[in-house]
Design a protein around this ligand. Structure first.
Ligand code: NAD
Length: 365
């Protein structure tokens, strides 16, 4: 069938909306009519080739939509089901079977290989293959084919057009907090970076009952919004030393910390701002080969724990429904991070994300 899709043709160039051919879903796949798709910082860094993903490719990996066709071997899905799409995983390696599919040993190939394991691509243009299955989904298309086990059925009473980011950015920040850091009620949490990922971490910390929630950034307007959404303190690290400020606020250091910036200096600030036996998580992406400093002499005695976290170490089928439950109860208002755009305005959405004016752009088809 024909479908419109936004194709990344060359590094640092605008995505091009083109009419492509979509092949038939394989026996283990669903064809999904995409209703909306979030734009994530990771789409931009792949467009710009921080990871060597072959171009041309249909990006997009925060899709929500409606099942349009069901492969012959798929159980548990019917045409018309509403779904959020999560990352791809093999389902059979030791990480997948032990409940950590976001560390699937085949994660890179399945999500950044932009083809099926058999080498085929779902999209083509005039007979020339175009990369598909980016993050398992390539959701910058009106229709796409996805492996069924990466789709998560969602209830009818929540608006489908806001749910896509639960499949990546929102899951990453909130999962790093709820699945990895696990702050106790009454504890202190510091989050570096107030983009959608950091804000999701902040909302999760609040939902978990943390009572000191410090947000650190270099953009004052984002810090102000973080305060509106629940931060107890904000620190502009362009103006003050964040490590000193965090130690003063917490009386010695934060118990939990999250770095969503991927900036090496911020990683060092994060580890230096922890309390004794504090626990930190890094989710911010950096170019391959990026190194960050940690003072192992001092930190050994502090006994800190540092975790590098992919996709919130979530099991999407279990975690996304939990986030929806929190949202329904008003405890996780992630919709306040979203601004919607028309498909035709997808490059504006990328630009507004890059300059910080929009936290979480969502393309509505
Ligand atoms: P974003 O660009 O909207 O937010 C990053 C924030 O960091 C911005 O507000 C920026 O002002 C702030 N920042 C930059 N430099 C800083 C500094 N020196 N000190 C303090 N703050 C600083 O991005 P986002 O959508 O929130 O995503 C955050 C990161 O998470 C990206 O790198 C993205 O690729 C990554 N990510 C990782 C995973 C994963 O599985 N680990 C999944 C999704 C996204």
């Amino acid at each position: 069938m024909k479908t419109r899709a936004a194709v990344a043709m060359a590094p640092e160039q605008a995505l091009d909306i083109r009419e492509l051919e979509l092949d038939e879903p394989r026996s283990n796949e669903l064809r999904v009519r995409i209703i909306a798709s979030g734009v994530c910082h990771t789409d931009a860094i792949i467009r710009d080739q921080w990871y060597p993903v072959p171009l041309p490719v249909v990006l997009g990996h925060e899709g929500s939509g409606i099942v349009d066709a069901v492969g012959s071997d798929v159980a548990g899905f019917s045409i018309g089901d509403k779904v959020v799409l999560g990352p791809a995983y093999c389902g059979s390696c030791e990480q997948c079977v032990s409940g950590h599919p976001m560390y699937c040993v085949n994660f890179y190939d399945r999500n950044f290989g932009v083809q099926r394991p058999d080498g085929s691509k779902a999209f083509s243009e005039n007979g020339t293959p175009v990369g598909s299955h980016f993050f398992g989904q390539s959701s910058f298309a009106e229709y796409t084919n996805v492996v069924a086990h990466s789709a998560v059925k969602v209830p009818n009473d929540v608006p489908l057009d806001i749910l896509g980011p639960l499949g990546c950015g929102i899951m990453t920040g909130s999962g790093a907090v709820l699945n990895v850091l696990k702050p106790e009620a009454g504890s202190s949490v510091v989050v570096f970076g107030t983009g959608a990922v950091g804000m999701a971490g902040m909302l999760a910390a609040k939902a978990a009952g943390a009572t000191t929630i410090i947000m650190v950034d270099i953009v004052e307007s984002r810090l102000e919004y973080a305060k509106e959404l629940g931060a107890t303190h904000t620190v502009n690290s362009k103006e003050v030393d964040p490590v000193q400020a965090i130690k003063e606020i917490t009386g010695g250091g934060a118990q939990y910390a999250l770095d969503t910036t991927g900036v090496p200096m911020v990683f060092t600030q994060m580890t230096n701002s922890l309390a004794i036996r504090g626990h930190a998580a890094l989710v911010g992406a950096a170019k391959l080969g990026t190194e960050a400093k940690i003072d192992i002499g001092t930190q050994l005695l502090a006994g800190i724990n540092v975790h590098l976290v992919v996709e919130g170490d979530a099991v999407p089928k279990e975690f996304i429904p939990r986030l929806i439950n929190l949202y329904r109860q008003g405890l996780f208002p992630f919709d306040k991070l979203i601004k919607t755009y028309k498909f035709e305005d997808i490059n504006q959405a990328f630009a507004d994300s890059a300059d910080g004016s929009t936290l979480k752009p969502v393309i509505v088809y």
